[in-house]
Design a binder for this molecule. Structure first.
Ligand code: WTA
Length: 646
């Protein structure tokens, strides 16, 4: 016999665990979720995996008692008490490393302070803080006592804050004096002071002191350091919350002016962020995870705080922007802390691309193992740059698709389950438990490469529990376009291999630098300006930010269009809504294209602005409105060309 014949030829080949796990999750969901839920610690067992008797208000692990902070802190103390849980650094290079034990102590102290202020289970507190350690500490402390946190991104301004506090009827606001942005102070307490004038539910404002004495209103404000200075150290046992008790509300933009209070629960959300962190980022004991998002958005909730901490990982948070003081700030941090898993947004990559690759090359990034992207579709050019320069043409890029509503990642490669299969610009395959598909307008499965809507065909533990105070809106927004299916509002295609490609929003929601913002929210602010009668806002592509806003504005009588007013309106939106709203242009017109019944035809505004065919205009009331908008744009383009002449 020749040697060759002796070789044990095997017909089967190795399959990553992903495949089997996915199949199991679809075929035996009950058994699958029971097994998964065992990885967390429960105060008492649940009765039912999924209660679907009140669909679409699905409830996971009903009857069980669990607190996400117990799984994030207490359970690690024995094995990892001295392991670093949280690393924080700011623009100036000041930093803190907080071990699991220290974080546990800080959270207990904060929770005790909250109790002194009368905060109880089920109460809502709004957190308006920059990326400082007290932000996750406050979240965990509130969750520990069963209160509900609602973090408002610190880049939002007065009106956005007022709306969110009022909708949640928060009794406490937690803030600080300021943050630094590109070396400049950004005042936060001043914004809270203005906001709470208009929020009757707020009883107290808890102020975290930074380097100076905050100016306070004696009746209302409490300085955290003063409250806790003479306080005895007391452990606060975690509230034995039900799996179905709300953990947080996070407001996000939809198609009306009023933001939606998406709320998530201790059990399902906790499990989903725990599992997805493990499956996608493959976090192991000596990993350092750097997610560049702000905790004011869902990405930070799930993958700076709850996912990594429940996994006992080390998570790094950076209070600053990527290109200040220089465009290698992030690479400096990656090198300094030996970051192994790095998660960011396409906008950030496009921003850094413009500075050139030299800024990356000067750093030793050899500890990196996995790269991630989130928030918007990543264009091939940015993908290649990220892959080549940051990943040294070797590392997997997990392009994770998900939403505030889904709680955690839904579609992505899963290195933690051995699935490294990647295609540039594809998000990948659904995670175990995610029954996703692409369907067309008629509700039928789309063919391979046919554009349609992404849907999720059965509930999963991380799903939103509802829209705060608005059950009808929950049903209408997510469960009505296609009967019995969850509708995320994104266009997508699937290829022959079952890979999903998410193409972008199918509704009136913009993604400016990955930040989700509704066109109606911007319009409502514009209309509140004394000079504005009407406005229509649309999104147009932008090479760096992905998308930016354009507004067509009708002025009130007695106001005339001029450059100064344009600037004033832009500043007004930034001041009232937030600096994240970036305009490409504001056009003044005397009327907007409307239907005969008076509805603004945004589709036409969009077609004119992007120079596309107008399509069907039979319902248009007044053709002249379109002509006028065209003219305004022509003049604007001419102006820009004039300005650009040498
Ligand atoms: C978009 C952010 C393409 C999508 C986690 C979704 C993406 C919206 C991706 C949710 C991605 C998020 N590829 N598009 N990898 N990730 N999106 O609630 O349009 O701020 O519906 O959650 O972002 O935005 P949100």
């Amino acid at each position: 016999m020749s040697q060759q014949e002796n070789l044990p030829f095997e017909e089967r080949y190795y399959q990553p665990p992903y495949k089997a796990l996915y199949r199991e999750s679809m075929e035996y969901p009950e058994k699958f979720w029971r097994k998964m839920a065992q990885e967390l610690e429960w105060f008492s067992p649940y009765e039912k995996v999924l209660n679907d008797s009140n669909a679409p208000f699905f409830r996971w692990f009903e009857g069980g008692k669990i607190n996400v902070t117990y799984n994030s802190l207490d359970r690690h103390l024995k094995e990892r008490g001295n392991k670093v849980a949280l690393i924080w650094e700011n623009e100036k290079g000041e930093n803190r490393s907080i071990s699991y034990l220290q974080l546990y102590n800080e959270v207990n102290k904060f929770a005790y302070a909250l109790q002194q202020l009368g905060v109880k289970k089920g109460d809502r507190a709004v957190i308006y803080l920059p990326l400082m350690p007290e932000l996750p500490i406050a979240m965990l402390a509130l969750a520990r006592i069963g209160a509900i946190h609602s973090v408002v991104f610190s880049g939002f301004s007065v009106q956005a804050l007022v709306d969110r506090i009022n909708d949640a009827k928060a009794k406490l606001v937690i803030t600080t004096t300021h943050t630094l942005r590109r070396g400049k102070r950004v005042e936060l307490k001043g914004i809270v002071d203005q906001a709470v004038e208009q929020t009757p539910s707020v009883e107290k404002v808890l102020v975290i002191k930074r380097d100076e004495e905050p100016k306070i209103n004696e009746k209302r404000d409490v300085i955290y350091q003063e409250l806790t200075r003479r306080m005895p150290y007391k452990k606060v046992e975690p509230e034995e919350t039900s799996a179905t008790d709300p953990l947080f509300i996070l407001y996000t933009s939809g198609t009306t002016g009023k933001p939606k209070g998406i709320f998530h629960l201790h059990g399902g959300y906790g499990l989903w962020t725990y599992l997805t962190t493990k499956w996608v980022f493959d976090l192991r004991d000596n990993d350092v995870f750097f997610n560049t998002a702000d905790i004011g958005w869902i990405t930070g909730h799930s993958y700076i705080v709850y996912g990594p901490l429940q996994n006992g990982a080390t998570t790094l948070m950076y209070e600053g922007v990527p290109d200040y003081p220089s465009p290698d700030r992030w690479w400096e941090l990656v090198e300094k802390y030996g970051v192994t898993v790095f998660y960011t947004s396409p906008t950030a990559i496009r921003t850094l691309m413009r500075y050139g690759e030299e800024w990356v090359k000067n750093h030793d990034l050899s500890n990196l193992r996995i790269l991630g992207s989130v928030g918007e579709p990543i264009n091939p050019e940015a993908w290649r740059w990220y892959f080549k320069n940051v990943g040294g043409s070797q590392l997997p890029i997990v392009d994770t698709w998900w939403q505030t509503e889904t709680g955690g990642i839904m579609i992505s490669a899963t290195p933690g389950l051995g699935n490294y299969m990647l295609k540039p610009s594809a998000n990948g395959l659904p995670l175990p438990g995610v029954d996703a598909d692409v369907i067309n307008e008629e509700g039928l499965p789309a063919k391979a490469r046919e554009k349609g809507y992404i849907v999720v065909k059965r509930p999963w533990p991380g799903m939103l529990a509802g829209v705060w105070n608005d059950p009808d809106r929950y049903i209408k927004t997510y469960w009505s376009k296609f009967q019995g299916l969850y509708y995320p509002g994104d266009y997508a295609v699937k290829d022959e291999d079952g890979f999903f490609y998410i193409l972008g929003r199918a509704d009136e929601v913009l993604k400016i630098a990955g930040h989700r913002i509704g066109t109606r929210e911007i319009e409502d602010i514009l209309i509140s300006h004394p000079a504005v009668a009407e406005s229509a806002v649309i999104g147009v592509p932008d090479p760096v930010r992905g998308e930016v806003a354009v507004a067509a504005v009708v002025l009130k009588q007695g106001h005339s269009p001029n450059e100064q007013l344009k600037k004033e309106l832009e500043d007004y939106v930034k001041k009232n809504l937030g600096a994240i709203v970036v305009f490409k242009g504001i056009y003044f017109v005397t009327k907007l294209p409307k239907t005969r019944s008076g509805k603004i035809m945004r589709r036409l505004v969009r077609a004119v602005i992007s120079g596309q065919n107008l399509g069907d205009t039979s319902t248009l009331e007044d053709e002249a409105s379109v002509e006028e908008l065209k003219k305004a744009i022509e003049e604007f383009t001419k102006e820009i060309r004039e300005q650009q002449k040498p």
